[in-house]
Design a protein around this ligand. Structure first.
Ligand SMILES: [Zn+2]
Ligand SMILES: [Zn+2]
Length: 138
């Protein structure tokens, strides 16, 4: 990591900004998409992301520590791969979403709100993936 400059060279997309996601999202679908919200960098388009299983471990541990980080085994992704993975794992079905909430996933909701508010506002000024933003505004 010592001379990591924030870029990755993706086999598919070429040189691109680096993003960080858990190992499960890297190869999964429909796993849920939880975002790390950095108050110092609220305009970040691709915050660190992890699946609902990782969120469970994180919630149990209370923080990112050796155990939760080992479980997530965070991977570096190019920002374009990140967008594809976000589309695949974001749970948009309202019924599924509400089931998850009743199964004690309610703590996810404030983060989703932050994310939605952020991108509803930011959609005007950012070069944002329009497929994704229109899918969210229902
Ligand atoms: Zn995960
Ligand atoms: Zn890529």
């Amino acid at each position: 990591m010592s001379d990591f400059d924030g870029n990755v060279n993706c086999d598919t997309h070429g040189n691109s900004n680096a993003t960080f996601i858990c190992q499960h999202l890297a190869s999964g679908e429909g796993l849920g998409f939880n975002l790390g919200y950095d108050p110092d960098n609220p305009d970040e388009l691709c915050p660190d992301a992890w699946c609902n299983k990782c969120e469970e471990v994180l919630d149990t541990e209370g923080e990112w520590n050796d155990k939760s980080e080992a479980f997530a085994d965070i991977k570096v992704m190019c920002e374009h791969c990140y967008e594809e993975i976000r589309d695949k794992n974001w749970i948009q079905d309202d019924n599924v979403y509400h089931n998850l909430v009743t199964e004690s996933f309610a703590f996810i909701e404030p983060r989703h709100k932050v994310f939605l508010e952020k991108y509803n506002v930011g959609a005007h000024s950012h070069d944002f993936d329009h497929r994704f933003s229109s899918a969210l505004i229902t």
